[in-house]
Design a protein. Structure first.
Length: 381
């Protein structure tokens, strides 16, 4: 009696399992397997014949969308950040104030430089007066020397008088030369002082960081209170609206890419394909990844921003595939089912889909491209 009960339970379990598999609850049905002809009459709302077509095969090189022209503005002087006028996403015009640095130290240096310039100018005036006096003394000594020389020739003066006059003449001549050198030194001092004044004034101008071109703020790297240093980025600007895709292409496919080639970029976030033109191929392979950096220009697309993930599609050949309308596939859990015409009736067939092609879908297995497919309007879910 117990043995009959166990057999009855086993038969019941097998029947339930078979029924569950036919209803699509089993993931182990092989693609292309047939169920029995529909017991309930199936009248499709629409029908279509499976198509065999050739499509391009792609290698998708992952990369990043970047601005075509990105400017990183750096500080030219050391100073504490007092104010940051912009935030990421803000449009700016050429000459607009972006960041203000503390300029008190530069202002103090400018005042000192201006005072040094005044001192140098006063020294130049003194040197000019000294030169005028030296030249006057030289003329007097020269006239006295010439007069004594005439007296000596007429024996109205002694040789000793001539030596003294010549000595005074030579000293006056040296004094003029010394005064001229002093004036030249004063002039050089003025030039140096003016250079310091100009440098100090420029340093003050550098504390007001302006936009070099019209653009959009991409990033700001400082906040009020930070210390700005030469060479340290402060703000990043996109100076044009153009974007480009930078992708790394493996070395085995780099011969399929050339400057000027028209390719497509897949933006997964937007679920869009965007046209791109190869602008540059960096002629150096990364020794670790064995890839080349490829840069392709892209048009302005609404919703597309620098830094977004993208894939550069590189054609590698063509492939024959079977396609049917996307709405013809009925999905039950993880199963994909289609209604296939068989004689006067319809059968339910398990298929496996691939890439969606607009209103159609690729069928990887279960169909050979000759079948007539039927579906109800609500079958696509």
């Amino acid at each position: 009696m117990q043995r009959k009960s166990r057999l009855l339970g086993l038969r019941t379990g097998l029947c339930l399992a078979a029924t569950w598999m036919l209803l699509g609850g089993c993931d182990k049905i092989e693609p292309g397997a047939f169920s029995a002809v529909e017991k309930a009459p199936f009248t499709p709302a629409q029908t279509a014949v499976a198509q065999v077509q050739e499509i391009d095969q792609w290698y998708e090189a992952v990369g990043t969308v970047r601005p075509k022209t990105e400017t990183r503005i750096e500080a030219r002087v050391t100073g504490q950040v007092l104010d940051v006028r912009v935030s990421p996403g803000d449009p700016v015009s050429k000459g607009a104030l972006l960041v203000t640095l503390d300029n008190r130290q530069m202002t103090s240096r400018l005042d000192q430089a201006r005072q040094a310039l005044k001192t140098a100018e006063a020294g130049r005036e003194q040197a000019r007066h000294a030169l005028d006096a030296a030249r006057a003394g030289f003329k007097q000594a020269q006239a006295n020397y010439n007069r004594i020389k005439t007296y000596v020739e007429s024996q109205a003066a002694t040789a000793q008088d001539l030596e003294m006059a010549e000595s005074n003449f030579r000293q006056a001549q040296a004094g003029v030369q010394q005064a001229e050198e002093g004036l030249a030194g004063a002039e050089a001092g003025i030039l140096q002082a003016r250079a310091v004044v100009n440098e100090s004034a420029i340093s003050i101008e550098y504390t007001r960081i302006l936009a070099p071109e019209d653009g959009v703020v991409l990033q700001r790297f400082v906040e009020p209170g930070d210390l700005a240093l030469p060479g340290k980025p402060i703000v990043a600007l996109r100076t044009t609206g153009a974007l480009r895709m930078e992708a790394y292409v493996r070395e085995g496919l780099i011969t399929r890419v050339a400057p000027g080639a028209s390719l497509t970029v897949h933006i997964e976030t937007l679920d869009r394909l965007v046209a791109a033109t190869v602008e540059e191929i960096v002629p150096y392979a990364d020794p670790d990844s064995r890839t080349f950096l490829v840069k392709a220009a892209m048009p302005v697309v609404e919703g597309l921003y620098p830094g977004m993930f993208a894939k550069l599609r590189i054609p590698v050949g063509r492939q024959r595939i079977v396609t049917i309308p996307w709405s013809a596939v009925r999905r039950v859990g993880q199963l994909e089912l289609v209604h296939v015409q068989a004689g006067d009736g319809w059968q339910t067939r398990h298929v496996k889909s691939g890439v969606r092609l607009e209103d159609a879908v690729e069928i990887l297995s279960g169909l050979d491209g000759t079948e007539t497919i039927g579906w109800e309007v609500t079958d696509n879910g």
